[in-house]
Design a protein around this ligand. Structure first.
Ligand SMILES: CC(C)(COP(=O)(O)OP(=O)(O)OC[C@H]1O[C@@H](n2cnc3c(N)ncnc32)[C@H](O)[C@@H]1OP(=O)(O)O)[C@@H](O)C(=O)NCCC(=O)NCCS
Length: 164
């Protein structure tokens, strides 16, 4: 684990946490229809969500839950797969991360949204105990929409946990 960690819990603009990653979809990543495996996309989503939450919190994070994943369309071999992620809201120690995945056919110049996901990440200290995170400040229209709807997703998450 790193030696230095940012200590402040002053709220940060949502844009501070924004991360993106682009990968080439290769044959080993795909099924018999030449489209990417859902599990592969999930692994990429989990990775960028962790990076985004680490950037926002300045701390080590763990995935507490993958709250939702919607596969809207598929990515094909040869597509550029781009993931974009932001922290949309926070609790005391948890962060909701929103991830969008786009498939870009660079030969045709055609880009489509393939997947949307919400995850809950928790910042942990050196003893792996949950630790406080900064709040978020929404700035754009999309950020406000995601921020303002976060409570209803939190309620769904709590209800799901109550059912166990
Ligand atoms: C996530 C984890 C740190 C929570 O620890 P805990 O002892 O339950 O801690 P708390 O009850 O104090 O909860 C801490 C925060 O996590 C949130 N949380 C706990 N379980 C959650 C879940 N299943 N989904 C979403 N959020 C969750 C709580 O709501 C709380 O948020 P808040 O501080 O913003 O209010 C712990 O369960 C853990 O380490 N899980 C394993 C994580 C892991 O290994 N992930 C990789 C999976 S392969």
């Amino acid at each position: 684990m790193g030696k230095e960690r940012r200590n402040s819990v002053e709220p940060l603009p949502i844009s501070y946490s924004r991360m993106s990653q682009t990968r080439l979809v290769l044959p080993p990543d795909t099924n018999h229809m030449d489209t990417i495996f859902g599990g592969k996309v999930l692994a990429y989503i989990d990775e960028i969500a962790a990076l985004t939450a680490m950037k926002h919190s300045g701390n080590v994070v763990v995935t507490a839950s993958i709250d939702s994943v919607d596969f809207i369309s598929s990515a094909q071999v040869g597509d550029a797969l781009t993931l974009e992620a932001i922290v949309t809201s926070t609790g005391r120690t948890s962060m909701e991360v929103y991830v969008k995945v786009f498939a870009d056919n660079l030969l045709l110049g055609k880009k489509v949204l393939t997947t949307e996901s919400f995850l809950s990440m928790v910042a942990v200290d050196r003893d792996r105990n949950p630790t406080e995170v900064p709040g978020v400040i929404p700035e754009t229209e999309e950020e406000y929409r995601l921020y303002e709807t976060a409570n209803s997703r939190k309620e769904l998450r709590k209800n799901r946990m109550r059912l166990k």
